[in-house]
Design a protein around this ligand. Structure first.
Ligand code: HEM
Ligand code: HEM
Length: 249
C-alpha cells in the first residue's frame, strides 16, 4: 500500500513537472524570445516550433510512454498485454512523428536564413538521440509488437536490451533539451551585459525554470523506472508475457 502511494505521488509529480515544462517552453517561444510567435515562414517563428515540439514529443510523451506499463500494472485494471503494448507503442510512435516535424522546423529555419546545419554540440547530441530513438522504434515494432520475428529466446534478449536502451535514450533526450535551452538562451535572449546585475528578464526566469522542471521530470521518471517494486510483473525474468491482473487475483 505504501509503495502504491509513493508510486502515484511520483506519477503526479512527473505530470505536474512535465506539463509545466511544456507550458514554459511554449511561453518562451510564443511570447518571450527575440522574435516570438509561431509561423511556417522560415523565420525565427518557424524555429520556435522546434523546442516546443521536441519537448512535447521526446520529453513528455516519451517519458509517459516509458512508465505506461507500470502505471497500467499499478492501477490493477484488466488490461490485456496487447492493449498495454498498443498504449506504449502509440505514445512512442506519436512522439517520433511530432519530433520529426520539430526537427524539420529547425532545418527549414537554417535553410531560409542560409545558415549551416549541425554546427553545435546540441545538434550532434540531438541527432544521435533522434537516430537511436528511430532505431528503438523499428526494433520495437519488429520484435516486440506484431508480426513477431525471431525465436522466443531472441525476443527475450531484445526485450532486455530494449528496456535498458529505452532508459538511456530518455536520459539522452533530457541532456539534449538542456543543451538546446542553453544554446537558445545565448542566441535568443537579450545579453546579460545589457542588464543591471539585479535585473533578471522574464525570458531568463522562464528558460531557467524550464530547465529545473526538466530535471524534476527526469528525476521522477527515473525513480519510477529504476525501482523494481514498481515494475510490471512478468511471468519469469525476461519473459515477454506479463501476469495479467486477472491471473494474479
Ligand atoms: C529534446 C530533444 C531535442 C533534440 C533531439 C534536438 C535536436 C536538434 C538538432 C538535431 C538540431 C540541428 C538542426 C540543424 O542544424 O539544422 C537542433 C538545433 C537546435 N536546437 Fe534542438 N533539439 C532538442 C530540443 C531542443 C530544445 C528544448 C531547445 C531550446 C529550448 C533546442 C534548441 C535548439 C537550437 C537553438 C538549435 C539551432 C542551433 C543553430 O541555430 O545552430 N533544442 N536541435
Ligand atoms: C522509440 C520507441 C520506444 C522507446 C523509447 C521504448 C522504451 C521502453 C522502455 C523505457 C521500456 C521499459 C519500461 C519499464 O521498465 O516498465 C520499454 C518496455 C517495453 N517496450 Fe518499449 N519503447 C519503444 C517502442 C516500443 C515499441 C514500438 C514496442 C512494440 C509494441 C515496444 C514494446 C515494449 C515492451 C513489450 C516492453 C516490456 C514491458 C515489460 O516490462 O513487460 N516498445 N520500452
Amino acid at each position: 500500500m505504501a509503495d502504491k502511494i509513493v508510486f502515484f505521488a511520483l506519477v503526479a509529480l512527473a505530470e505536474i513537472s512535465g506539463l509545466t515544462a511544456v507550458v514554459l517552453i511554449g511561453l518562451f517561444g510564443g511570447q518571450l524570445n527575440k522574435e516570438p510567435g509561431f509561423s511556417w515562414d522560415g523565420s525565427l517563428k518557424t524555429f520556435n516550433y522546434h523546442p516546443l515540439l521536441m519537448v512535447i514529443a521526446f520529453i513528455f510523451l516519451q517519458g509517459n510512454g516509458a512508465i505506461a506499463y507500470r502505471v497500467i500494472s499499478a492501477t490493477g485494471l484488466q488490461v490485456t498485454r496487447a492493449t498495454a503494448k498498443l498504449i506504449h507503442g502509440v505514445f512512442q510512435t506519436s512522439a517520433f512523428l511530432i519530433a520529426t516535424v520539430g526537427l524539420v522546423a529547425t532545418f527549414k529555419f537554417h535553410e531560409t536564413q542560409g545558415w549551416a546545419d549541425m554546427y553545435h554540440p546540441h545538434s550532434w547530441v540531438g541527432i544521435t538521440a533522434f537516430s537511436l530513438y528511430g532505431l528503438q522504434l523499428l526494433v520495437g515494432f519488429l520484435f516486440l509488437a506484431f508480426p513477431k520475428f525471431g525465436s522466443e529466446a531472441l525476443r527475450s534478449r531484445v526485450l532486455s536490451l530494449h528496456v535498458s536502451s529505452g532508459r538511456l535514450i530518455f536520459i539522452m533526450m533530457i541532456g539534449s533539451a538542456l543543451m538546446g535551452m542553453s544554446e537558445s538562451s545565448i542566441y535568443d535572449i537579450v545579453h546579460p551585459e545589457k542588464f543591471p546585475p539585479e535585473k533578471f528578464p522574464q525570458a531568463v526566469v522562464v528558460s531557467n525554470t524550464f530547465c529545473l522542471c526538466l530535471l524534476l521530470f527526469a528525476a521522477t521518471i527515473v525513480s519510477i523506472l529504476w525501482n523494481p517494486t514498481f515494475g510490471p510483473k512478468r511471468q519469469k525474468e525476461d519473459s515477454l508475457e506479463l501476469i495479467t491482473s486477472s491471473q494474479r487475483s
